[in-house]
Design a protein around this ligand. Structure first.
Ligand SMILES: Cc1cc2nc3c(=O)[nH]c(=O)nc-3n(C[C@H](O)[C@H](O)[C@H](O)COP(=O)(O)OP(=O)(O)OC[C@H]3O[C@@H](n4cnc5c(N)ncnc54)[C@H](O)[C@@H]3O)c2cc1C
Ligand code: SF4
Length: 512
């Protein structure tokens, strides 16, 4: 009896469910760098280089541990270009009785895999994904019967279930959430530690060359590739975050600074999402830092909430609401994606910075993704289809299970409020408060109308005005609509006209 165990590029851990119970003498492990997965959207070059290199290093570590691994690299003469074809090819060459895979992170791939059994004419077992703390059923049980699905309440259930940051059944320090002590802008002259970086080894360099050759037309730069590609190096990233950044993480987690893409964030999403790091070790290390007095509770709780709250919630939300989530568009947004999202060619300094950093690093931190890039796409009414595609392409941590709820539900309100109690819409003053971007900008954040006015200002009121019917009864929007009703109608008219003119320029692909 021989089982084929397929390991995907985001399942790089030796206890992944597909490998559990393996018989190293008789079973096969298959891994493949297939074109279909690398190019069904034109992923950032660094993202492909990162994943191919991490896959190669992981395959080597499995072989060193005695597993019988067949690794099909991109240029392999038997590379079939798609996962199923590769599995089929393997089964034709070897006496395979059944196939075992771990539940993939994308709905389209799950549907594909569910059909494999019939075509292969042998059992295909799809095992639960063990890269998360809680199961899809845990989310479904929590969500059952609810009309609104707020992360904060889900997070409390995960805290209670896991016991993380709980003391005698109560939240550590007496409160579930310490965000009132967070969200500070960065003071001048407060220095940010350098990110943890690694020089590419020969294998990684070979992959970088391969990506340069085959994926030249994809978005993003391959220069200065410095990601960890092994579990040991990913653990170094985690340790250095805990030591150097975690103490300031909470306070400055929403801050943005020109030329500082990495700030006090952890930069572990790449590694968590492809299996090199485990949720439990990440959270437990942060809690040890709190227990030993190395990091304050507002930072540790804030970080733990991102990992066991937001990340687990987003994943549960995706599977609970798919496939409907993919087509939702509650605000009926139809605009195409502005070209500046590919080029960074804009006079809006905040956008220029965030797009350029995304191109350079395949990374932007949460507030850049949410309150600069996302906010602009929301206010401009860009179609969720194009926004989802962009976010899936450009970040090295992007997989549909995590990208789509963040995009469709969090930034675009396309789900009509199932995730967020109101749209994350903001004028330029939010960006001005949380960053130093505005002082370098061609536009003036203080001005509401006219050629020098910050586009976020008039786009904000255009958004509020055009969605009045849908949003005015939302209690969390009531104050904004009261403010709108008290504003000078001439000024409102002027802002709406400026916004229309701006959006026309955007559509005509003129520089804004
Ligand atoms: C529009 C948009 C798109 C996003 N797309 C992705 C994506 O494709 N992949 C991705 O991993 N994250 C995504 N996020 C969430 C978040 O921005 C990134 O996880 C984070 O920026 C990664 O950097 P970090 O590891 O330094 O995170 P930190 O700020 O240090 O946070 C720690 C960890 O918490 C988790 N986390 C925090 N917020 C979220 C969230 N909203 N959803 C899921 N996990 C979260 C991540 O695993 C992250 O590594 C998106 C957010 C927005 C607003
Ligand atoms: S003025 Fe407006 S466009 Fe310019 S950086 Fe500030 S928020 Fe961005």
């Amino acid at each position: 009896m021989a089982t084929l165990r397929l390991v995907l590029g985001d399942q790089l851990r030796d206890d992944i469910s597909a490998l559990q119970g393996i018989n190293k003498e008789t079973d096969f492990v298959l891994m493949a760098e297939v074109n279909a997965e690398a190019s069904y959207v034109k992923h950032h070059k660094k993202k492909i280089a990162f994943l191919f290199s991490a896959m190669r290093h992981f395959a080597r570590s499995l072989r060193d541990d005695g597993y019988n691994v067949t690794y099909i690299d991109y240029d392999h003469k038997h590379n079939k270009g798609a996962l199923f074809k590769q599995v089929q090819w393997f089964c034709e060459k070897h006496a395979v009785d059944d196939v075992v895979v771990t539940h993939p992170g994308e709905h389209r791939l799950l549907q594909d895999m569910q059909a494999w059994q019939d075509t292969l004419d042998k059992p295909v077992e799809i095992r639960a994904d063990n890269r998360f703390l809680v199961s899809q059923d845990f989310f479904a049980d929590w969500a059952e019967g609810k009309k609104q699905y707020r992360m904060e309440f889900f997070y409390r259930e995960v805290r209670k279930k896991t016991g993380y940051l709980m003391e005698a059944g109560e939240p550590a320090g007496g409160k579930w959430n310490y965000d009132s002590q967070n969200r500070e802008p960065m003071p001048k002259n407060h220095s940010v530690p350098d990110p943890t970086t690694f020089k590419p080894d020969d294998e990684t360099q070979a992959v970088i060359d391969l990506v340069a050759k085959h994926f030249d037309d994809h978005f993003g730069s391959l220069e200065n590739f410095h990601f960890a590609v092994t579990r040991n190096d990913a653990l170094v990233v985690l340790n250095e975050f805990i030591e150097q950044r975690l103490p300031d993480f909470g306070q400055y987690q929403d801050a943005m600074v020109t030329g500082e893409p990495w700030m006090f964030h952890s930069h572990i999403s790449f590694y968590l999402n492809c299996g090199l790091l485990r949720v439990e070790e990440v959270v437990e290390q942060a809690i040890i830092a709190y227990d030993s007095g190395q990091a304050p509770l507002n930072s540790v709780e804030g970080f733990v909430r991102q990992v066991i709250g937001w990340r687990e919630y987003i994943r549960g939300f995706y599977w609970y609401f798919m496939p409907d989530l993919a087509s939702q568009n509650a605000l009926q947004a139809t605009r195409k994606l502005p070209e500046l999202f590919w080029t960074a060619d804009t006079d809006m300094f905040c956008l220029q910075q965030c797009v350029q950093e995304t191109k350079d690093n395949a990374y932007a931190h949460h507030i850049q993704r949410l309150m600069v890039l996302g906010n602009f796409l929301l206010l401009s009414g860009v179609d969720p289809k194009w926004v989802n595609e962009w976010y899936l392409i450009v970040y090295a941590d992007a997989y549909e299970w995590v990208e789509m709820p963040n995009v469709s539900s969090m930034i675009l309100y396309a789900d009509d409020g199932m995730l967020a109690s109101k749209p994350y819409a903001a004028s330029g003053s939010y960006i001005n408060k949380m960053s130093d971007y505005c002082k370098n900008c061609h536009y003036s954040v203080k001005e509401k109308t006219g050629t020098q006015a910050c586009p976020f200002n008039y786009l904000y009121w255009h958004f509020i005005d055009r969605h009045k019917e849908k949003l005015q009864d939302n209690p969390r929007m009531a104050m904004i609509y009261r403010t709108l009703s008290k504003m000078d109608p001439k000024q409102v008219q002027h802002m709406l006209e400026d916004a229309d003119a701006f959006l026309s320029k955007l559509d005509a692909n003129e520089k804004v």
